[in-house]
Design a protein around this ligand. Sequence first.
Ligand code: CO
Length: 132
Amino acid sequence: MVMVVAVLAVSALAMAKDAQEVGPLTIHGVLSATEARALGETVQVNIRNYMYTDEEIVVPVGTTVVWLQQDSDQHNVRFFAGSDNGLEEDHSGPMLRVNQRWAVTFNEVGTYDYMCDPHPFMVGTVRVVAAD
Ligand code: CO
């Protein structure tokens, strides 16, 4: 039992160290299921059959979204810089293999449109609204 707790603590530390601030986004990177759980409450978007489901989500500011990649082909998430968000340039996430998770916290209100780099027909939107 003590060993399990120690391993989880190390894993959480490694995750915090690897997180990257990109303008209004905190990019947590590619996470295991355990690391994703350590983020607390999150909203999940599945990548399956060359689609993001749900294609558009509306979340309060501060929400962490986890993309779970479920196709045998690889996909990613590229956010577009735009007048409706605080990104100064596009941000392209890593290609995800099947069962990999990629997590991002949205720290500012805005509209974050995204697509998959190798499959431009795969598009999605995260609309971040003020918390109640
Ligand atoms: Co794709």
